[in-house]
Design a protein around this ligand. Structure first.
Ligand code: NAY
Length: 289
């Protein structure tokens, strides 16, 4: 379960339907070209929170079939509809996903006891392992070290996907929990996570440059931090441009330029602006993506 995981992008057509063949192409690119160690399925980058339960199941199913055991699979099943989270958790577990993950419940100001109960309910119903998905910038849920402590007491909670820039907290978690899996969540900060001793990283941009992420991660593990920093500079030049042009739309358009059918994003996100196509083509050329 260690290493670089792509937060899998999902191609949609302009009616919001999943492009199955395109999804298979995105998966193959991740495995065969980027050579990532695993896929994080139905996360933010998969536009999960805009999908129906059936669409989420379909994505779990296609991904499981296409990967056919080649890489590790984490199923993000979190939902503020706990019944849906349980249903998806059972579904992914039956398919054989290596672990579940669930975003902290959001929108309503849930108490910590409610958050704890949410995780315990999914774990109990599925019997599968759980990786907490902490992303305070999007959920507004910022857990304290003491609260992580409580969740980590459950041995089925095997780790956390830590999408935050609080490296003091990350260091504290690492020291206290050498045996829990910690995944770094912001691609532009990968090197800092790697230096902090994370077990891996999960990110959207690894769909287009997972190979660079692997280099950074491996260099840091071999003590070659200065070289890793050079690669992070390159990765961040790409990420900076992607963020400027629009995150998911641009990641998909980069794949489209390369001949991988990544489709478009799901409404209410607005589709890629064709006026930006030239800038994307230049990005692909300049960085040999
Ligand atoms: C997810 O579930 O897809 C993720 O959270 C992956 C982490 C990404 N966060 C979001 C909100 O997309 O890869 C990051 C992020 O896109 C990247 O660092 C660019 O900011």
């Amino acid at each position: 379960m260690k290493g670089i995981f792509s937060a899998l992008l999902v191609p949609f057509d302009d009616q919001g339907r999943i492009k199955e063949q395109g999804l298979r192409e995105v998966i193959r690119n991740n495995i065969d070209v980027q050579q990532v160690d695993g896929l994080y399925v139905n996360g933010s980058s998969g536009e999960n929170f805009m999908l129906t339960t059936d669409q989420k199941k379909k994505i779990f199913e296609i991904t499981h079939e296409e990967t056919n055991g080649a890489v590790k699979l984490i199923a993000q099943v979190g939902s503020i509809n706990l019944d849906e989270a349980v249903e998806l958790g059972k579904y992914a577990t039956e398919l054989g996903y290596d672990s579940l993950s669930a975003v902290t419940p959001f929108y309503y100001k849930f108490t910590f006891d409610e958050i704890k109960n949410y995780y315990e309910t999914i774990i109990e119903a599925t019997g599968n392992n759980m990786i907490i998905y902490a992303i305070p910038a999007l959920t507004g849920v910022s857990m304290s070290l003491e609260q992580f402590d409580v969740l980590f007491q459950n041995e089925k909670v095997i780790g956390v996907k830590y999408t935050d820039g609080n490296f003091f907290m990350l260091e504290r978690l690492r020291k206290k929990y050498p045996n829990k899996l910690i995944y770094s969540g912001f691609d532009e900060m990968l090197i800092y996570g790697a230096v902090s001793g994370v077990d891996g990283a999960i990110g959207s941009t690894y769909n287009i440059h997972g190979n660079l992420a692997k280099q950074i991660f491996e260099m840091v593990q071999q003590g070659e931090v200065a070289s890793a920093y050079e690669v992070q500079h390159v990765m961040n030049d790409i990420i900076e441009k992607v963020l400027e042009l629009g995150l998911y739309q641009t990641l998909k358009e980069i794949l489209n330029v390369k001949g991988i059918d990544a489709g478009t994003v799901k409404q209410p996100m607005s589709s890629f602006d064709p006026a930006k196509r030239e800038a994307v083509e230049k990005l692909v050329r300049d960085f040999n993506l």
